[in-house]
Design a binder for this molecule. Sequence first.
Ligand SMILES: *[C@@H]1O[C@H](CO)[C@@H](O)[C@H](O)[C@H]1NC(C)=O
Ligand SMILES: *[C@@H]1O[C@H](CO)[C@@H](O)[C@H](O)[C@H]1NC(C)=O
Ligand SMILES: *[C@@H]1O[C@H](CO)[C@@H](O)[C@H](O)[C@H]1NC(C)=O
Ligand SMILES: *[C@@H]1O[C@H](CO)[C@@H](O)[C@H](O)[C@H]1NC(C)=O
Length: 497
Amino acid sequence: MGGISSLKLLPFVAGCAFAGYQYPEVPKDLTTPFQQRLSVYGPDAVSVGWNTYMQLEQSCVHYGLSESNLNTKACSSSSTTYDPSRTWSNVAVLTGLTPATTYYYKIDSTNSTVGHFLSPRTPGDKTAFSMDVVIDLGVYGKDGYTSKSAKKDSIPVVEPELNHTTIGRLAKSVDDYELIIHPGDFAYADDWYLKFSNLFEGKEAYESIIEQFYDQLAPIAGRKLYMASPGNHEADCSEIPYLNNLCPKGQNNFTEFMHRYEKTMPQSFVSSSSNTNAQALARKARSLSLPPFWYSFEYGMAHVVMIDTETDFPDAPSGPDGSAKLNGGPFGTATQQIDFLKADLASVDRSVTPWVIVAGHRPWYSTGKSSNSCGPCQEAFEGLFYQYGVDLGVFGHVHNSQRFLPVVNGTADPNGMKDPKAPMYIVAGGAGNIEGLSSVGSQPDYTEFAYDEDYSYSTIRFLDEQHLQVDFVRSSTGEILDSSTLYKEHATDFVEQ
Ligand SMILES: *[C@@H]1O[C@H](CO)[C@@H](O)[C@H](O)[C@H]1NC(C)=O
Ligand SMILES: *[C@@H]1O[C@H](CO)[C@@H](O)[C@H](O)[C@H]1NC(C)=O
Ligand SMILES: *[C@@H]1O[C@H](CO)[C@@H](O)[C@H](O)[C@H]1NC(C)=O
Ligand SMILES: *[C@@H]1O[C@H](CO)[C@@H](O)[C@H](O)[C@H]1NC(C)=O
C-alpha cells in the first residue's frame, strides 16, 4: 500500500532522524554469494538466484543428493546489473531433479557454504503439503519496519538477524511448509523518504534497503522454493509522483524486480494432462506467460497462477496512465496477460491438479476504505476466476489479514464453503513493513475473519483432492488466528461455468 498518504508521516519522521543510509559491507572475496533465492522452475527443475559484488563470467551451482557428493553442476553466463546497483544478479537452473527429494547445493565461489532444499512435487502427486503466503514484507533494522499501525512510534533498531517477526516465524516453522508465494511488495526500498536522514541520498538509500532486505530474506528464500510476482512497491524509486520523476533509470519501471527475478521465475509448464486440447491450451499459456510478471506453476495437487495487478490490463493502477502514477510497463502486448490467464485456467485438468489458486497483489475484495479494492483488477480478472472455477484468490496490498466467503460480483455463494462455484478470497498483507498495519475498518457481509492487531501471514494446506485448509498465523507467537476448510467436489476435469 502506501503512496501519497505516507506524506502525512514526513513531519513526524523529520523529528527523529540522523545518519543516512547504511550499505552492507562489501566482502573481501567478491565471489561471495548473497541474497540467495530458490524457485520452482519446472516439474523437475529449480532455479538458484544470488547476487555478487562483481560480475561473474560463469554463474555455477554444484548439487547432489548428499552434502559430500555434489556431483552435478549447472551454469549460466547470465550476470546482470543496472545503474545504480552495486551488485550483479546471477542464476543457474538445476534440472533433472527427482521429485520431492532433499538436494544439497553449493553456489560456486571461494567463499560459499552448502545449503539444501526439497525439490518440487510432480504435478498430480496427491500427497498433502502446505504453502505459506507472505505479502507486503519489508526490510527491518534502521530503515525498517514499524511495530504499531496507528502510532508508528517504535521503529525497532534491529541488526539483520532472524528476528523480523514474520521472517523469524518462517525460520522457526521451516518444517511446516514446502514453499512460499510472495505476490508483491518486497523490501519497501521506495519508502526511503520516510526517513528524513535519507532525504538527500535517496538513490543510495533505495539500494541499501534492497541489499539489506534480500540478505535478511536469504535464510528463507535460499532454503525454500520462493515464488515472486510484482506489487506497486516494485514499480519505482519512490511512490511520490514528484520524486519518482527523479528516479535513476534503474530504479524505474520494475527494473530491480526484473533483474532479480526475470530468469528465476518459470514460464508456465507443459501440460501433464493426457487431454490434447488441454495440452494445446497449456502450450499457448506457456508462450504468453511473462515471468516474473505473470506465469503459472504446478506443485503436487496445486496449479498456482501468479498475476500482475500493476500493469498490462485496462486502467492498470501502476501502468502508464494508472491511478498510482507509477508509470510502469506495459511488459506484454495489449491483451497478453488476459489471454494468458484465459488459456492457462482453461488448460487445467482437475484430475491432475484439483486445486487452482490465483495470486496477485491488489485485491478487489477487502475490508476498510473503498480505495483498498482495485476496481480495474476486478473488471479484468474476476469474470475469468468464476468462469474457470478458481478455488482460491490470494491477495495482499492491504496491510492486515482478511478472509471472505466464496463470492462473485459482491454476492456470497449460496453454498458457502461446501462446494461453491465462486472463488474464496483472502488478503494476507500483514507480513510487516515500514508502513505498519492497516486498520480493518468496515467489513462486507461476506467477511469471515479480519485481523489488524499484529503481524501475520497465511498457510494454505492442501489436505487432499477435496479439502483445502487456510490458516492465518500470528508471526510473533505462531498462534493460529483463524482456520477454515474449503470443500470442493472437483467432479469435473475441465471446469467452465
Ligand atoms: C565470506 O562470506 C561471509 C558471508 O557468508 C562474509 O561475511 C565474509 O566477509 C566473506 N569473507 C570474505 C573473505 O570475503
Ligand atoms: C533481535 O535479536 C537480537 C539478537 O538475537 C536481540 O538482541 C534483539 O533484542 C531482537 N530484537 C527484537 C525486536 O526482537
Ligand atoms: C517499461 O519497460 C517495458 C519493457 O522493457 C517497456 O516496454 C515499457 O515501455 C517501459 N515503460 C516505460 C513507462 O518506460
Ligand atoms: C457478474 O457480473 C458480470 C457483469 O455484470 C456478469 O456478466 C456475470 O454474469 C456475473 N456473474 C455471476 C456469476 O453472477
